[in-house]
Write a protein that binds this ligand. Structure first.
Ligand code: GRF
Length: 213
């Protein structure tokens, strides 16, 4: 029987992100769909909209500006808050190597396309959806993946697809994908909490859950 280890999550947000993934994760911890809590939200600028939403929701926040001691400050802050899992939600920087190492296979990100297509440096937010529509793809979706030292290259935990319609604009496509991001992120994090994610090389294998009584 798999033992659930509740997540103590640090959610890293970006300067411009809306914080919708952060709030979806937080809501899931509040209503029991996700075992654990958002222990901390980390951003680089105090006026980031996602940080303000976190504060309004009563979630502890930390503002750590990239600089000489960025890596050390992050590690000290994460350790002090007893964080065991990191979720990136609109954080556009590469995480410092020491953080990636310390939390290896405990850091996840959601990307608004089907990796490995439409990923990599500079491929974020509307840039992704514009590229998908311009290319003429018939499906798109989202990818939850582990984070390594590169952009969008870590092992894929799960993906969800949506159709791309002939009438789509980048905005309508983004709106169709966003709820899938939220659902996929919560599902992937719960799998992590339940210890059901096995890595075989870069392939993720989801083990079956214990039977419910
Ligand atoms: C999402 O589109 C996610 O896929 C990407 O950054 C965006 C963050 O949006 N990684 P939000 O701040 O969570 O609303």
């Amino acid at each position: 029987m798999t033992e659930i280890k509740p997540l103590r999550l640090a959610v890293f947000v970006g300067v411009r992100g809306r914080g919708s993934n952060l709030m979806a994760i937080h809501s899931a911890t509040q209503d029991g769909r996700l075992s654990g809590e958002v222990a901390l939200v980390i951003g680089t600028k105090p006026d980031a909209p996602a940080l303000l939403r976190a504060q309004e929701a009563g979630i502890p926040v930390a503002v750590i500006a990239p600089g000489d001691s960025y890596e050390a400050q992050l590690l000290a802050t994460l350790t002090k808050a007893h964080v065991n899992t990191i979720a990136l939600a609109g954080y556009l920087r590469k995480l410092p190597e020491a953080v990636v190492e310390h939390f290896r296979n405990r850091i996840v990100n959601v990307h608004p396309a089907l990796l490995p297509a439409f990923g990599g440096k500079g491929m974020y937010g509307h840039h992704v959806h514009e590229a998908v529509v311009a290319y003429g793809c018939k499906v798109s979706g989202c990818t939850v993946h582990f984070v390594d030292s590169e952009y969008d290259t870590g092992p894929i935990v799960l993906q969800r697809t949506v159709p791309v319609l002939d009438t789509d604009t980048p905005e309508t496509l983004a709106a169709r994908i966003l709820p899938e991001e939220h659902a996929a992120y919560i599902e992937a994090l719960q799998l992590l909490a339940e210890g059901r994610i096995l890595l075989e090389g870069r392939r993720v294998v989801i083990t079956s859950g214990s039977p419910r009584s």
